[in-house]
Design a binder for this molecule. Structure first.
Ligand SMILES: [Cu+2]
Length: 188
């Protein structure tokens, strides 16, 4: 009996082997090229910003330090903070965390970046449209993760300046590096 219930055993089909080696290489190479090209562009930090915002993600809310403005605004899980930005001004974000990993996400920016304790992650963005947008933490960080929401208000330069003045008038001078609103501000 030399009959087997198996298909013909074929091997060494060189054209086929070349095809299934070369085609995936082209596909992966193509995806790598476009990803690397866009990622380099999107995460480029030029340090010629008009405004620096140190966004501190903490358990469980956000604090926004307006570095050049010498003021800050902090939220609590009960009361979401609002991040104010002047329209058409380049903002550099410096993301820091005093506790666990969070992630800064404003869906309208089409961008998010992790907020990692012990390091400063940076990115730059120029909001070009006035309006009110939503932001949130995109990294499951603990029991009140879902309450780490914030609002982004992109306004005119005059409104922005007036709001900064308002924060300082409330006595919010300097910067807070932790999430504790009781922390003494490290004034300049
Ligand atoms: Cu978080």
């Amino acid at each position: 009996m030399d009959q087997f219930l198996a298909p013909d055993q074929v091997r060494y089909n060189l054209p086929m082997e070349i095809m299934y080696t070369v085609i995936p290489l082209i596909m992966i190479g193509g995806m790598f090229y476009f990803t690397a090209r866009d990622q380099i562009e999107l995460t480029k930090v030029e340090n010629n910003q008009d405004l620096t915002v140190n966004a501190v993600g903490f358990r469980w809310s956000w604090n926004f330090n307006y570095v050049e403005e010498n003021t800050y605004d902090i939220g609590t899980p009960e009361e979401d903070p609002t991040l104010w930005l002047p329209v058409d001004q380049k903002v550099k974000f410096e993301l820091t965390s005093p506790d666990v990993i969070h992630s800064f996400w404003v869906p309208t920016f089409l961008f998010k970046m992790d907020v990692v304790p012990g390091r400063t992650n940076e990115f730059e963005v120029t909001p070009n449209k006035e309006g009110t947008f939503l932001g949130k933490c995109a990294e499951l960080c603990g029991v009140d993760h879902a309450r780490m929401l914030f609002t982004v208000k992109v306004v005119s330069q005059e409104e922005f300046d007036a709001h900064m003045e308002e924060l300082r008038a409330k006595g919010q001078f300097g910067q807070l590096t932790s999430g504790r609103s009781t922390e003494a501000a490290q004034g300049v």
